[in-house]
Design a protein. Structure first.
Length: 757
């Protein structure tokens, strides 16, 4: 909520405000307290509960002041540290603990800040420095004493659950230590500020420096411990890997000897080359066999002349040419000489040559045929042999492939074990080197020095904050009390509750200050003191300044009644309330006085036949009255009394056994009609509505009903119930009177009231 700080010029600090300024302030005040607004409701709460708000504010202020002035001064020392994400690279060897890289920087620094404020580091510092709880803030203060009572001593179970780094240090001491430790990163940098508070400046600086050093030592110890653990682990793994390497190499060598493999790649290449060569020879032999097979089939069919060898043989061609010549010569000789004539011996020679030539041709042909048959069989045998050798070479190649798979598995296992062994051996040597390095990634930039002035408590700030918190807390408590309050608090709330207009708000006159202390108007104060709560004296001395000002509230009731309906104003008006003690009788009498000021005759009838009280306030002796009129023992006019005021009064009379029947009778109705003709206004003081039906019965016989509601004592539920009964009876309800209202809530102004009077 924003605060308004008016600026008052120094030259006019004591001068009265100008008319324009007054109008502006009045407008602002009306706006703030406007009906139904938040500030208006808040202002009403402040006005009604200002004592409670003040009490809470003062109590808070005193309590904070007591704590502030009894708390010993606290001194805070700070040290500035640089935290690098990587340790100095003295050797190009990676440490056991991983380094933060790239997007992990944020997580790395958050982790370091948590380690800085960890319980383990705190316990380490406490053990090394011998710090005690008496040196820390909180142990001597009232809050520290209360905390020690609440926390109590550390149980054996809690000690057993304490981490080993904290053992030997009480848990409450670590808690107190951490309460006085503050770690804050410097924005947009790799710096961190460590602050520690203690009762002594030297102690604060000593602990701050010790904490920074303990954090550095813990980081180095963590790396050293991690290296030792890693080295021990690698030693065990190295032994296992050495055994595995020896086993795998032995298995590989045994397999080589068993399979006769010296160089797997060379042997495999040789087998493949031989297989390819055999394939080539087989293909060639198969081609030769196919060629010879066609000639062989021709031989089987005795088609020798179609054989290419026969056709292309030079010898056979020559013999055939000689045969053709011999046959030609034989034919010539045979034509020249007739059989039995000529040289027969020459013909015989030629015939012999022909036969000899044909024999040689047949012999040469048979030789070629036999060569073809022999070549075919040789080619076929060679092809079969090559095919067998190819299959054997294939089998050898496949066997070599199988052997190579097993060989590769054994070789790969041996190589893998050798690489692991060499890698672990190399890493173990690196860890041995890094474990001997004492480098840290944390550097102290500024050491802590004893502070010259205490950092707490800030008395001015604490008191100012206590005042503000007290006011806010008081306002909150007041608002809570208001919410728990089930009574009607304002006239507007009453109107919203019943949906009936509120004719006027009558302030609680006992809470009003005397109107004019300076003039010492004792007579007015005496008149007010004689009356019951909420009543204004109807005696002549009520014209005193205070009484006259307060009487303006009842003039407002009179005005509301006169304007409650169009046409003729109501003349017989019944005043009632939900329960007893709500100021109904005083409201009737004072409103009657307000009507009497208009110059007409006003009659007040005390219709509360069970507990009449008007006669005591008017100073009239009780006697026969309304009861006797309703029972027929007397007429009304002789029983009406004149009082010391301008009012006429008909008392209640003796208490009857059946007041409800009397008040609802025709006689009561005739009585009201009778007095209506002789008096301008008739005001009736009726009993409360709840528990009895007298007022409800009477409400149907009058021109209007006014219900009085006590602001301080009447719950909303009773107000609703009483209103419901009047509505059910169809009573002519003119409105309500909000009685005994807080004078501040109704903005009661005696000066304005006096002017209006």
């Amino acid at each position: 909520m924003s605060r308004f700080h008016p600026t008052v010029p120094s030259s006019s600090a004591a001068a009265p405000a100008s008319p324009a300024q007054s109008d502006a302030l009045d407008a602002l005040r009306r706006e703030l307290v406007e009906e139904g607004s938040f500030f208006g409701d808040l202002w009403e709460v402040v006005q009604r509960r200002r004592s409670l708000i003040g009490l809470v504010a003062v109590a808070t202020f005193l309590m904070v002041g007591f704590v502030t002035f009894t708390t010993p001064p606290v001194y805070t020392a700070s040290t500035l540290m640089l935290i690098e994400s990587t340790t100095p690279q003295i050797v190009n060897i990676e440490g056991v603990l991983g380094e933060s890289l790239g997007a992990g920087d944020h997580d790395f620094y958050e982790t370091q800040y948590e380690i800085l404020a960890s319980r383990s580091v705190a316990a380490l510092v406490i053990r090394e420095t011998g710090l005690t709880e008496q040196e820390l803030p909180g142990g001597h203060s009232p809050l520290g004493f209360v905390r020690s009572l609440v926390v109590g001593e550390e149980s054996e179970e809690e000690v057993g659950n304490t981490p080993y780094l904290e053992r030997g240090v009480p848990s409450e001491l670590i808690d107190a230590y951490l309460d006085n430790l503050d770690v804050s990163p410097v924005k947009k940098s790799r710096l961190a500020r460590l602050e520690f508070s203690a009762l002594d400046p030297e102690t604060a600086a000593r602990i701050a420096n010790a904490h920074a050093q303990a954090y550095i030592d813990q980081g180095m110890n963590l790396r050293r411990d991690a290296s030792a653990i890693a080295r021990d682990f690698l030693e065990v793994r190295l032994t296992e890997l050495k055994e595995r390497l020896e086993t795998s190499e032995t298995a590989l060598n045994d397999y080589r000897r068993r399979e006769g493999i010296l160089a797997l790649d060379t042997k495999e290449n040789l087998v493949v080359e031989q297989l390819a060569e055999l394939h080539s020879q087989l293909t060639q032999s198969e081609g030769e066999r196919i060629t010879l097979e066609s000639q062989y089939r021709a031989v089987k069919q005795r088609s020798y002349a179609s054989l290419p060898e026969v056709q292309h043989s030079e010898l056979i061609r020559t013999l055939k040419e000689q045969l053709a010549g011999f046959e030609a010569e034989q034919a010539y000789l045979a034509a020249q000489f007739k059989p039995g004539r000529g040289p027969q011996s020459e013909l015989a020679q030629i015939a012999a040559r022909i036969e000899q030539t044909r024999g040689r041709i047949a012999q040469e042909t048979n030789s070629i045929v036999e060569g073809i048959e022999s070549a075919y069989l040789v080619a076929k045998a060679r092809e079969d042999d090559l095919r067998k050798r190819v299959e054997q070479q294939k089998t050898a190649a496949l066997a070599l492939k199988d052997a190579s798979v097993e060989y590769a598995i054994l070789a790969r296992e041996a190589d893998t074990n050798r690489e692991l062994y060499e890698s672990v051996l190399q890493r173990m040597k690196e860890i041995g080197v890094t474990s001997q390095l004492h480098a840290s990634n944390v550097f102290v930039i500024d050491e802590a020095h004893p502070p010259r002035a205490p950092s707490a408590p800030n008395k001015k700030q604490a008191l100012a904050l206590a005042l503000v918190l007290g006011l806010v807390g008081g306002l909150g408590i007041a608002y809570g009390v208001e919410q728990l309050d089930n009574t009607v608090r304002t006239a507007s709330e009453l109107e919203s509750l019943l949906e009936v207009p509120c004719l006027a708000s009558v302030p609680d006159f006992q809470r009003l200050a005397p109107p004019d202390r300076a003039r010492g108007d004792r007579r007015a104060r005496k008149a007010l003191a004689k009356l019951e709560p909420g009543a204004i004296s109807v005696a002549p001395d009520a014209t005193a300044q205070g009484a006259s000002a307060a009487f303006d509230s009842y003039r407002a009731i009179r005005t509301g009644i006169l304007l409650s309906r169009a046409g003729e104003a109501p003349r017989t008006i019944l005043f009632t309330s939900a329960s007893r003690g709500e100021g109904k009788t005083a409201t009737v009498l004072n409103t009657a006085m307000a009507f009497a000021q208009m110059g007409g005759r006003v009659l007040v009838i005390d219709a509360d036949l069970r507990r009449p009280s008007c006669h005591r306030i008017l100073g009239v002796e009780p006697g026969a009255g309304l009861t006797e009129v309703l029972t027929g023992h007397a007429d009304a006019e002789p029983l009406i009394q004149e009082t010391k005021t301008p009012l006429f009064f008909l008392p209640a009379g003796n208490s009857p056994p059946n007041p409800t029947e009397l008040l609802g009778s025709d006689t009561m109705h005739e009585t009201l009609l009778d007095v209506r003709t002789r008096y301008q206004y008739v005001l009736i003081d009726a009993p409360p509505i709840l528990n009895i039906s007298d007022a409800v019965v009477l409400s149907t016989l009058v021109d209007g009903v006014v219900m009085v509601v006590d602001q301080a004592n009447t719950p909303k539920a009773l107000v609703r119930e009483a209103h419901s009964k009047l509505v059910f009876a169809r009573a002519p309800l003119l409105g309500t009177v909000f009685n005994r209202a807080d004078p501040r809530a109704v903005s009661y102004d005696p000066y304005t009231a006096e002017a209006s009077a």
